[in-house]
Design a protein around this ligand. Structure first.
Ligand code: URA
Length: 289
């Protein structure tokens, strides 16, 4: 690969286009970090997180490049900045001002306070039938969802649709009972990393308002992130799944919530489908009560 360090001579537009085309052909078509990061400048814990670089004995050690301005420190999972109080306050105000699902969707799409938004192709809000008695809450859009702009359109979404059909629900209009789907986060985290606590807190006022305006009979949280978004003290999904909890809306309504495994986890661990099936039966029972 050519050297594109700051000391390299400026490249012309055609060369840059050729480089990008080559990246795309090699399958490098996605960002994996929040900010561009010069690996040669990584220090301390960030450098320790890197796998060791294999060096051939012929390679002479390279002198560290000099630069006038240091590269920004890479943002790594778990390096949460302090919760962005102003963004959370703005999200609360925008969410509270929305009086129906449509105006809430517009408010989410117009919101610029989440640091994930600039790196995402689309704002991914919801799918299915608003006002359905069954509301499912996932984690965050992945690559396909980001591309298409709808939640759960990849393999995990296909499994989710089969799980819903097994208890007589669907997100499309038709013969089955309706379901409504959203996520704890509305913008794809780079490289599908887990969302940070600050990102979750910034999106939460919108999630809470989506729940309130949809007023479902039952909420199902899929995996750790949405479960811990609604319940600080939920712990891991393996312990939390299968036990009902209550979500209280700002208006005072109490909605039963059943945490279960995320379909992406079930694709990796099919043996856990047995427990997910037990959860689905619980959900069906509650919906019909
Ligand atoms: N996983 C999620 O949690 N949500 C999506 O929308 C897609 C995959």
């Amino acid at each position: 690969m050519s050297d594109i360090s700051p000391e390299a001579p400026p490249v012309d537009a055609a060369a840059l286009r050729a480089l990008l085309t080559w990246y795309a052909e090699m399958g490098i078509d996605d960002i994996t970090g929040d900010v561009p990061s010069d690996f040669s400048q990584w220090t301390g814990s960030a450098r320790k997180a890197l796998p060791p670089v294999a060096q051939s004995p012929q390679q002479a050690p390279r002198a560290a490049p000099t630069r006038s301005k240091p590269a920004p420190a890479p943002i790594l999972p778990g390096d949460d900045p302090l919760p962005a109080d102003e963004a959370i306050a703005a999200a609360r105000a925008a969410a509270a001002a929305a009086t129906d699902i449509e105006s809430l969707r517009e408010a989410i799409a117009a919101f610029d306070g989440c640091p994930l938004k600039p790196g995402a192709r689309n704002t991914v809000i919801d799918d299915g039938i608003a006002g359905a008695p069954l509301m499912l809450l996932g984690e965050a859009p992945g690559r396909e969802e980001d591309r298409i702009g709808r939640p759960f359109v990849g393999r995990a979404g296909q499994l989710l649709d089969r799980m819903l059909a097994a208890i007589g629900h669907a997100r499309q209009e038709g013969d089955l009972a309706p379901a409504y789907i959203s996520n704890a986060i509305f913008w794809r985290p780079p490289g599908n990393r887990a969302p940070t606590k600050a990102e979750i807190a910034i999106c939460f006022p919108f999630v809470a308002r989506l729940i309130e305006l949809n007023a479902p009979k039952v909420i199902v949280t899929l995996g750790n992130t949405p479960t811990q978004t609604l319940f600080d003290n939920a712990g891991g999904i393996t312990g939390a799944r299968g036990t009902w909890r209550d979500h209280a809306t700002a208006g005072g309504a109490v909605i039963p919530v059943l945490p279960t495994f995320h379909p992406a986890f079930l694709l990796r661990q099919p043996a856990q489908k047995r427990l997910a099936w037990a959860d689905l039966i619980e959900i069906r029972k509650r919906l019909r009560s």
